[in-house]
Ligand binder design. Structure first.
Ligand SMILES: Cc1cc2nc3c(=O)[nH]c(=O)nc-3n(C[C@H](O)[C@H](O)[C@H](O)COP(=O)(O)O)c2cc1C
Length: 191
């Protein structure tokens, strides 16, 4: 008989989806709840306990500052042929529609290979995403090209790198089934 915990975690994992800002309702996410979600992120596994994840949390007025920054980076780093006014506006709007946006940062310790620090940070983001989903908060990891240029704005050190942004909001999106290739294509059993 599977335990109740197993049934619960399967449900949470299978119901987590990428939920985008157009579906966010604008309801405020309390800071205490964001802290609890970050605690879940912080429980991720980490080789040599380097705990390489860092989160910069934008909410309230911080969202306007981030929206302005992402819009100006898009403008500065997009060629005139590729520039789209609509994209500039949506870059701002999606930040301003969010209950919070977290910059995802990895801090390379030099103690272990960088890929392990990246993997551990991704584990932390998955914990955050699952916990948010279980708290009825939608979210998604966004990794625009402009993150290469956001170091100064975030105040990152030489050994730190921004891996994207986690957008979050209460939402009104109906549940969706995961879109995945068959599991059999990704698993080989040796028996
Ligand atoms: C490392 C990483 C980066 C991602 N970057 C983007 C992105 O820049 N834009 C986007 O729309 N979705 C991004 N996603 C979210 C995926 O599009 C989404 O997870 C995928 O479509 C599967 O949908 P699901 O999460 O609902 O199962 C990213 C996901 C990961 C793990």
């Amino acid at each position: 008989m599977p335990s109740t915990h197993f049934e619960t975690i399967k449900h949470i994992i299978n119901h987590r989806r990428a939920v985008f800002p157009p579906s966010y309702t604008g309801q405020v996410i309390p800071k205490e709840l964001l802290t609890e979600l970050l605690d879940c992120a912080d429980a991720a596994p980490t080789h040599k306990l380097t705990q390489p994840w860092q989160f910069v949390v934008f909410r309230e007025q911080g969202l306007s500052r981030l929206a302005d920054q992402l819009a100006s980076l898009y403008k500065a780093h997009t060629s005139p042929e590729q520039f789209l006014q609509k994209k500039l506006e949506s870059t701002r709007d999606k930040v301003l529609r969010s209950g919070a946006v977290m910059a995802i940062v990895v801090s390379y310790s030099g103690l272990i290979p960088q890929w392990e620090e990246l993997a551990a940070t991704a584990c932390a983001v998955q914990n955050l995403w699952l916990a948010a989903s279980a708290a009825d908060i939608g979210g998604y990891w966004s990794s625009p090209g402009t993150i290469k240029h956001i170091g100064d704005f975030l105040g990152l050190a030489e050994n730190e790198e921004c891996l994207g942004f986690f957008y979050m909001g209460y939402h009104n999106e109906p549940p969706r089934i995961a879109n995945r290739r068959p599991l059999g294509e990704k698993v080989r059993w040796e028996e």
